[in-house]
Design a protein. Sequence first.
Length: 287
Amino acid sequence: MTGFGVGTAPLASGRVTVEARAVNARFVDVRVRMPKDIAEHSGFLDHAARARFNRGRLDLTVRLDECAAPVMALDKRRASDALRALTELRDELGVKGDVPLSLLATVPDLFVLAPSADAAALRSALATALGAALDAMESMRRTEGFALENDLCDRLERVLQLAGEVRSVTAGRPERLRKRAKDRIERLLATVDIAIDPGRLEQELLFIAEHLDVSEELTRLAMHCAQFAALCTESEGVGRKLDFLLQEMAREVNTLGSKSNDSDVAMCVVELKSEIDRMREQVQNVE
């Protein structure tokens, strides 16, 4: 589900601001953008966000407003190693003259963020701002979730209604078809001199009747609907479970369609597939 939230926290003479934006995604994907000077804290924000959400793409943007710039320090060990390597290269090549210190400016990451006693304060401010941003975003997502739940429940009721119509249409149908087929075969046999084993005939007729019986599919569909309704009342992440149930519901409806050659049932099956497809699209937004 989508959402947006902003959180701030004081830090020294300024403040830290965190913006959180969420869009739909099948899995959780956290992306953090923050000033390079404090990029070492991106892992902390990533972990904290993943602890609260199971689905969706989450973009976090961090700003330092009116905060003093972090103090940069020279990594003396890295600089010494670089100068030594350059000196050794000069000697190997037989180049005369001293190695200019200006060459060290080309060495990447030679200047690093100096250790600060305020690192703990920064981490605390980031945690506070992130928590406020995620709370605001979650509130927006919750509002969308209530509307989504109502839509899914309405569509679930329609699925149950259609399944009930199929049950009414197909009630006693296999036995009626078996009897009709038996009568036709008996009338045909009365016109020809062919002997047929009555037991084998009855066995084949029963097989046809069982193949056309959709009571098991309707029972399983009703069971999946009940499980779906129960999951909609839970507060934990249920998106993947709902998606799985809808896959199973679609499987039962496909079997219904393959077993039936009745036009009324066929119309119900088409509408059932349509409703389940719409529900599957919506469930992709559920965490």
